[in-house]
Design a binder for this molecule. Structure first.
Ligand code: PAF
Length: 280
């Protein structure tokens, strides 16, 4: 595996390969890699000539400095997993390399950023879009793979690609779960053993909500989920929403959109867990 920390270094390596007609599959990460990431990478590896992975904890997308500071980092462990999965190129730049000047780009994602993670984490999606656009410009991938756990982020990136006419195909990848249903996330590492045991409550509640959709209206399901969380004081529910799968706007009946999902964000001992599940 080749490793680069500079834009000029990775460009010198990748651009000739691209000129020779080699295809590039790209997985952007903030490190602390887990099986969810590796599934994306395996798919990218199978579908392309070269697998490029970036590991960069992007300060621009953290609205909470404590969250940035506590974000798990373990590049040596990440390197080991990347070697195992057969990653060809690791891009691991520092903050100065990515942001030599403070950025001023402001995207407008319209309704998509007005719901759920948008108001909960002001500036987050702009930070994601700025770094993803930079990474696409540097790496020039043919295909880029993103997990559906961050469903709203995926929708934002799909919109960014359209808005900026970026020559890359976005490949959505299903959520990867632990055996007990907990959606895999780098943040799970921060849960103590006791709280890790109860964390699958988020997934179980989403499953129950999806079932209730056969007998309840969306508003009734919203109330049902909020009450379930009230009974579990270890969890602080930030939002539960039922929304369409395109603009992610709340729905008031099940016929309102072709695709509908339930979305949840909740904190467990200050670790923020997000998850979602398709209902229709
Ligand atoms: O999903 C993530 O890990 C990050 O938001 C991403 C896409 C790597 C951008 O920093």
């Amino acid at each position: 595996m080749k490793t680069f920390d500079s834009i000029s270094g990775i460009s010198r390596f990748l651009h000739p390969a691209k000129k020779q007609g080699k295809t590039i599959g790209f997985v952007a990460t903030m490190g602390a890699l887990h099986r969810g990431h590796l599934t994306l990478m395996q798919k990218a590896k199978n579908e392309n000539d070269i697998l490029v992975v970036s590991v960069f904890v992007n300060p621009l997308q953290f609205n909470n400095p404590e969250d940035l500071e506590k974000y798990p980092r373990n590049i040596e462990h990440d390197r080991m997993l990347l070697e195992e999965v057969g990653c060809d190129v690791l891009f691991n730049p520092g903050v100065k390399e990515m942001y030599p000047e403070p950025g001023s780009t402001q995207y407008d994602f319209g309704l998509l950023e007005k719901v759920m993670e948008g108001p909960s984490r002001p500036g987050h999606f702009n930070g994601v879009a700025v770094v993803v656009k930079k990474l696409f410009d540097i790496i020039r991938p043919d295909k880029a793979y993103f997990g559906e756990k961050d469903f709203q982020q995926l929708a934002i990136i799909q919109k960014l690609v359209k808005m900026e006419n970026l020559p890359v195909q976005i490949v959505p990848c299903p959520i990867v779960r632990e055996n007990d249903g907990l959606a895999m996330s780098s943040r799970n590492e921060r849960l103590t053993a006791g709280k890790r045991q109860i964390a699958p409550f988020v997934y179980q509640t989403l499953k129950e909500a999806a079932k209730k959709s056969s007998t309840m209206t969306p508003d009734e399901v919203r109330l049902f989920v909020r009450n379930r969380f009230k009974d579990e004081p270890d969890f602080q529910l930030e939002y539960f929403e039922i929304a369409d799968d395109r603009e992610l706007q709340p729905v008031s009946n099940w016929n309102e959109a072709g695709g509908i999902l339930g979305f949840v964000a909740a904190s467990l001992e200050n670790v923020r867990l997000i998850d979602n599940m398709r209902i229709i």
